[in-house]
Ligand binder design. Structure first.
Ligand code: ADP
Ligand code: MG
Length: 288
C-alpha cells in the first residue's frame, strides 16, 4: 500500500503546476543526480524570430520566405511556426504536395512542381547540395530549390528567463551534472550552455542519437543514482520515455510528450524541477 504522505506530496505538487504520475516518481526524485535538458522549447522559449533572409542571385527575400513558409506549412516544429509567422499570409495548401518531415534535418516537399528542401546543414549535406555555412549566431534554415542552393534564413530563439535560476537551484540541491542534448548546431548549443552554466553540451544529435547518448550517460552513473530528461516532446519523446524520470513541458509541449512523461510541468518553467525535488525530500521526511 502507498503511504498517505505520498498523496499529500503529489497533491501539493499539483497545486504548483507539477503533475507527478505516481508516488514512485516522487520517491525517485530524491535520488536524482543527473539532469539532461532538451534545448528548444525546454531551456529556450521555442519561439524563434526571423533575423535575416539571405537569398542567392536574383531571388528576392520575399520569394525565399514564401518558399520556406510553404515548405514548413504542415510542420509543428518551432522553426516552422516562426517562418510561417514571419511570412504572415495565408498559405494555399493546393500548391503543396509530397510533404515529408525528416526528424533532426528538416523538410522535403513539392511546391508548385518545384522540389524544396528546407532544413539544417545536415540536410543539405545528406542531399549533396553545395552551399556555404555562414558565420552567424542563430539557427540557420537552408533552402534548396530543385536541388540548387537558394539561400538561408537565420532565426533565433531566446533562453527562458527562468532557465538560469533553474540550473542554479538544481546545483544548490546537489545535482552532480546538468547537461544539454540538442539537434541544433554546436555554436547555438555552446552559447546556451555557457550562458546557463551547464556542465556538458551535446549537439547535432538526431532523435535516435539522443537516446543513445542518454543510454551512454545512464551507463556511467551508479545504479541508485537517477537520471532525469526534460523535454518538450518535439523530436524527443523516445528520450523522455527512456530516462529514469521523464519530465515534459505541459504548455508548449506535445500531447505525445505529456503521455510519455512521468512528470509534467504545466507552466513550462524548468525551475519547477527544483521545487519538485524539494517537495520529494519533504514528503520522504514525513513518510519515513
Ligand atoms: P532540439 O534539440 O533543438 O529541440 P530538434 O531535434 O527538434 O532539436 O531539431 C534539430 C534540428 O533539426 C533543428 O535545429 C533544425 O535545424 C532541424 N529541423 C527539425 N525540424 C525542422 C523543421 N520542421 N524545419 C527546419 N528544420 C528542422
Ligand atoms: Mg525540442
Amino acid at each position: 500500500s502507498i503511504p498517505l504522505g505520498f498523496f499529500a506530496g503529489i497533491g501539493g505538487a499539483s497545486k504548483k503546476g507539477i503533475l507527478i504520475k505516481g508516488s514512485n516518481y516522487l520517491e525517485a526524485l530524491n535520488a536524482v543526480k543527473y539532469i539532461i535538458f532538451d534545448k528548444t522549447g525546454t531551456l529556450t522559449k521555442g519561439v524563434f524570430n526571423v533575423t535575416s533572409i539571405n537569398p542567392v542571385d536574383d531571388m528576392t527575400k520575399d520569394q525565399l520566405l514564401e518558399y520556406a513558409a510553404h515548405a514548413e506549412a504542415y510542420s509543428n516544429h518551432p522553426i516552422a511556426l516562426s517562418v510561417c509567422r514571419a511570412y504572415g499570409k495565408n498559405i494555399d495548401v493546393q500548391h503543396i504536395r509530397d510533404y515529408q518531415e525528416i526528424p533532426g534535418h528538416g523538410i522535403q516537399v513539392t511546391v508548385d512542381n518545384r522540389r524544396i528542401l528546407a532544413g539544417n546543414a545536415k540536410l543539405m549535406k545528406k542531399e549533396q547540395i553545395s552551399f556555404k555555412e555562414p558565420n552567424v549566431i542563430g539557427t540557420v534554415l537552408y533552402i534548396a530549390i530543385d536541388h540548387v542552393f537558394s539561400g538561408y534564413i537565420v532565426i533565433s530563439d531566446e533562453v527562458k528567463e527562468d532557465s538560469a535560476k533553474a540550473i542554479r537551484t538544481l546545483k544548490a540541491l546537489g545535482i552532480k551534472k546538468t547537461m544539454l542534448l540538442t539537434g541544433d548546431s554546436k555554436e547555438v548549443a555552446a552559447a546556451v550552455g555557457s550562458k546557463l552554466g551547464l556542465d556538458e553540451v551535446y549537439a547535432e544529435l538526431l532523435p535516435d542519437q539522443k537516446v543513445e547518448k542518454l543510454e551512454q550517460l545512464d551507463g556511467q552513473k551508479a545504479a541508485k543514482e537517477k537520471l532525469v530528461f526534460v523535454g518538450d516532446g518535439i523530436n524527443d519523446t523516445p528520450v523522455l520515455a527512456r530516462a529514469d524520470i521523464g519530465i515534459a513541458m505541459g504548455g508548449l509541449g506535445s500531447d505525445a510528450a505529456i503521455e510519455a512523461a512521468d512528470i509534467v510541468l504545466m507552466t513550462d518553467e524548468p525551475s519547477k524541477i527544483a521545487i519538485a525535488i524539494k517537495m520529494a525530500k519533504r514528503t520522504r521526511n514525513i513518510v519515513w
